[in-house]
Design a protein around this ligand. Structure first.
Ligand code: GLU
Length: 556
């Protein structure tokens, strides 16, 4: 008569290590009291989701602020859904946002740290060591049920209003004797490995979640699959083995995993591994027509982190926004600590919201405007250049062609007490300032000037001609504006708007109209950044050339 040991040896003939050997190979980490070991465990199935950036940011900060370790583990056990190269891309994108792991997977040929491999597909033998011991203990078994057997079972359960699943008396293969199982294997019957649960559907277990507090959940009673036919584990089993041997102290993951926590608890208890702490993080939601739903890969551009990168949102704006979602006291802290880095903020579990966090792109834009406005022009230029290099080559060429020029442009209404807050993202900049570049200006002119149609063209020509003939840009904005005022009587314009408004019939216009003619001549538009700054940056020669062009078009 064969034993469970024979069965285990038949299934895993080449697995000779034991759990104890693995414990020695992956010793407890030497960290100070309270140091957290956290991880980000993405599946390489596509792009970095904004929700994943959120969970990885939290995990990263928790490790860093406690003097612990943050690592990346690539969960590539679902070979069908894997997208080539996406693992390495995820790591690169995290790096871009300043989330730099202490150890773990970097790309398919590179990883760092002593607790690897950090890619699950390279850990197959490690899982098998644990499964082999579970088989010997009678707590895991081969299951030979085919897809159609399982479907039949499911239909039967649904028809008879029985909770569906593979468990208890419905778990046909759990009762096969070692001899029976061995002969089926020898016959070549395909199988997978299941965990043998000792739980009961009627029982509740108490669980503590770092964010949600004490919870009561139904005990696990399903014989879940732990090893698939391709020799790779399921998520649940990989979580047990990896988080144990990598010594994760806090499993910080999306709240969608909360429901499977009873499975994980039974697995940890059965193998005798210490349970890590769990923090199920809120999922990012979106409001649509009054309803909340998960931020969706298919429907929402902003579900992909790459969207923010290509649109040119400053990375710190997105990160700070995610911190406001993570902890309710972040904004207040930020207002009081404007000079600090967001990395100085201490995240805490008890300030985390329990319901899904509502995503609000307007808020990111506001944060971005605030932060960008208080930066030096030269800093903004560096960030802009970096972005344009990849996403706007035309602008990039202009930037590198004359960096002083773009810095002067970016400096308009900046570096003062109340700076202008008009840019939320790098891609907002070019449309607002492109008139500074002559090739673009030419195109704008071809599309027409926004002259005030109520004014007489000849009058505008006269004023512009006078302005250019007497052009001498004053040394500061108020003196320059005085010069404009002084011109007014010559054309029967009011030198201030109030006078004009009181006695419109006495005047043909007012000083603001003169400024508008100049603005339209310089930019073709009625709205633009500060006009005095524009005149200054364009320089006398170009100002006069543009006035001449404007006059010509008015004459046409
Ligand atoms: N690979 C899992 C996921 O992408 C990881 C969940 C976890 O952090 O444990 O959802």
């Amino acid at each position: 008569m064969s034993t469970l040991i024979d069965l285990a040896n038949l299934i895993f003939p080449n697995i000779n290590l034991t759990i104890d050997d693995l414990e020695k190979k992956y010793p407890v980490r030497d960290l100070k009291e309270g140091a957290m070991v956290t991880r980000f465990a993405p599946s390489p199935t596509g792009f970095l989701h904004t929700g994943s950036l959120f969970t990885s940011l939290i995990s990263y900060r928790l490790a860093k602020q406690s003097g612990g370790v943050f690592y990346i583990r690539l969960e590539d056990t679902d070979t069908k859904r894997e997208i080539e190269g996406s693992g390495a891309d995820l790591v690169k994108q995290l790096n871009y946002f300043g989330i730099i792991p202490d150890e773990g997977y970097i790309n398919d040929d590179l990883e760092k740290g002593n607790y690897g491999p950090y890619k699950q597909s390279a850990r197959a033998d490690i899982y098998k060591v644990v499964i082999k011991e579970l088989i010997k203990k009678g707590r895991a078994y081969p299951c030979f049920c085919s897809a159609s057997d399982l479907e039949e079972l499911r239909n039967y359960q649904i028809q008879n209003k029985i909770t569906p699943g593979y468990y208890g008396k419905y778990a046909k293969c759990r009762n096969l004797s070692p001899d029976e199982a061995i002969s089926l294997i020898k016959e070549g019957k395909p199988y997978i490995i299941r965990f043998k649960s000792m739980g009961n559907e009627q029982n509740k277990i108490k669980i503590h979640d770092e964010i949600r507090g004490d919870l009561e959940l139904t005990e696990n009673y399903q014989d879940i699959v732990i090893l698939k036919s391709d020799g790779l584990p399921t998520y649940h089993f990989a979580h047990l083995v990896d988080d144990h041997f990598m010594h994760t102290t806090h499993v910080t993951r999306g709240e969608e995993w909360l429901a499977s926590l009873p499975i994980h608890i039974e697995l940890f208890n059965t193998v005798g591994f210490k349970l890590p702490k769990y923090a199920h993080l809120p999922v990012i939601m979106k409001e649509e027509n009054g309803n909340r739903r998960k931020l969706s890969k298919r429907k929402d551009n902003e579900a992909a982190v790459s969207y923010f990168i290509s649109e040119g949102y400053p990375k710190y704006a997105l990160i700070e926004y995610l911190l406001t979602l993570a902890n309710s006291n972040y904004e207040e802290w930020r207002e009081q600590n404007l000079d600090k880095s967001y990395n100085d903020f201490i995240l805490s579990f008890n300030k985390m919201s329990l319901d899904g966090a509502l995503f609000d792109i307007e808020k990111i834009a506001n944060i971005a405007k605030e932060r960008l406005a208080y930066k030096k022009a030269s800093e903004v230029e560096e960030e802009l250049k970096e972005w344009a290099k990849t996403y706007d080559n035309n602008f990039y060429q202009k930037i590198i062609n004359n960096e002083e020029y773009i810095i002067a442009i970016l400096n308009i209404d900046r570096e003062k007490a109340k700076p202008r807050k008009d840019y939320a993202k790098y891609s907002d900049i070019y449309p607002l300032i492109k008139f500074f570049y002559n090739d673009e200006f030419k195109k704008l002119v071809a599309n027409g000037y926004e002259w005030n149609s109520e004014k007489d063209k000849l009058e505008i020509i006269e004023i512009l001609t006078y302005y250019k003939d007497n052009y001498n840009l004053a040394s500061d904005e108020s003196l320059w504006f005085n010069d404009l005022k002084e011109m007014c009587p010559k054309f029967n314009y009011a030198a201030n708007t109030k006078d004009y408004k009181k006695n419109k019939e006495l005047y043909k216009g007012h000083v603001g109209d003169i400024a508008e003619y100049l603005r339209v001549a310089m930019t073709t538009k009625k709205n633009s950044p500060n006009l005095y700054a524009i005149l200054n940056i364009l320089g006398k020669e170009e100002v006069i050339r543009r006035i001449n062009l404007a006059i010509k078009s008015l004459e046409a």
